[in-house]
Design a protein around this ligand. Structure first.
Ligand code: UDP
Length: 227
C-alpha cells in the first residue's frame, strides 16, 4: 500500500506566505512536496516579501495595497515556474493580466482539481483593504475544501510573538471562538470569521520544516489546530 493511502484529507487550501519566496531552495522543496499529492489542492500566494499595504500611512493604503496585490501575482508566477519542474499547475488570479495569467473562477479551479492539477491562486481577493488570509478563507469556503493550512515561519499559534518573547505559550489546539475572543495572531478577523462560520478547520504550521505538509494531511500532531 502506498504512503498516500494514509492521507486523511481529500482537499485543502494552503496559504503560502510571501516569506517563502525569499528562499528559492525552500520554494523548490515545498513544490516537490505538493506536486504529486493525490488530493485537490489550491495554493493561495502572499506577497509580504515584496510589500504589505498595512505598513503604509492610511492615505497611501490604496496604492500600497494595489502594489501588494501585484506582488502576489509576481510570486504566483514564480510558484508556477517552480511547480512546473514537477507537475502541471494551473495559475488563476483575482487580478488577471492578459497573456500572463487568467482570471480566477470557482469553475476553472474545480476543473483543474478534477485533472489533479495544483491550482495557484494569486491576486488576493482582487480588492484593496483585504489580505491574502481573507482570500485564502474565501477560496476555501467557495471550493468547499476540507482543510485550510496556513504556513508560517513559526511552529503555530502562541500567546504572544514567539520571535520576541521567550515565554510565549504554544497552543496545540484552539477553538475559533477563543482565537477570536483573545484576538490571537492567527489570521485576520475577517478570514477567521468566515472559516468559523463555514466550519472549515485550520492548521497553522511551520512551512519551513520539511515534511510538515504530508504530516498534517496524515493528521499528525504538527502545528496548531483550530476548529
Ligand atoms: N492585498 C490586498 N488585498 C488582498 C490581498 C492582498 O490589498 O485581497 C495586498 C495587501 O497590501 C497585502 C499585500 O497584498 O499586504 C500582500 O499580501 P499579504 O500581506 O497577505 O502577504 P503575506 O503576508 O501573506 O506574504
Amino acid at each position: 500500500m502506498s504512503e498516500d493511502s494514509d492521507l486523511k484529507f481529500n482537499s485543502f487550501v494552503l496559504k503560502i506566505t510571501g516569506e517563502v519566496f525569499r528562499s528559492p531552495s525552500t520554494l523548490n522543496r515545498i513544490c516537490r512536496e505538493i506536486a504529486h499529492l493525490p488530493v485537490k489542492r489550491a495554493l493561495v500566494v502572499g506577497g509580504g516579501n515584496l510589500i504589505r499595504g498595512r505598513t503604509a500611512d492610511w492615505e497611501k493604503r490604496l496604492l500600497f495595497d494595489r502594489i501588494g496585490l501585484l506582488s502576489t501575482v509576481i510570486n504566483g508566477l514564480l510558484l508556477e515556474e517552480t511547480l512546473r519542474r514537477y507537475c502541471d499547475p494551473f495559475h488563476l488570479s483575482s487580478l488577471p493580466i492578459p497573456g500572463v495569467v487568467e482570471g480566477y473562477s470557482k469553475e476553472k479551479a474545480e476543473g483543474a482539481f478534477l485533472a489533479c492539477r495544483p491550482v495557484i491562486i494569486s491576486g488576493g481577493t482582487g480588492n484593496p483593504f483585504f489580505s491574502t488570509d481573507t482570500a485564502c478563507a474565501l477560496r476555501a469556503v467557495e471550493l468547499k475544501v476540507e482543510l485550510v493550512m496556513k504556513g508560517t515561519r513559526v511552529k503555530g499559534v502562541y500567546s504572544k510573538d514567539p520571535e520576541k518573547f521567550r515565554n510565549a505559550k504554544f497552543y496545540k489546539e484552539l477553538t475559533y471562538e477563543r482565537v477570536l475572543r483573545e484576538r490571537l495572531e492567527v489570521m485576520d478577523q475577517t478570514a477567521l470569521l468566515l472559516l468559523a462560520e463555514a466550519k472549515v478547520p485550520l492548521v497553522v504550521f511551520d512551512i519551513f520544516q520539511e515534511g510538515n505538509i504530508r504530516r498534517i494531511l496524515n493528521k499528525e500532531k504538527v502545528g496548531s489546530w483550530i476548529c
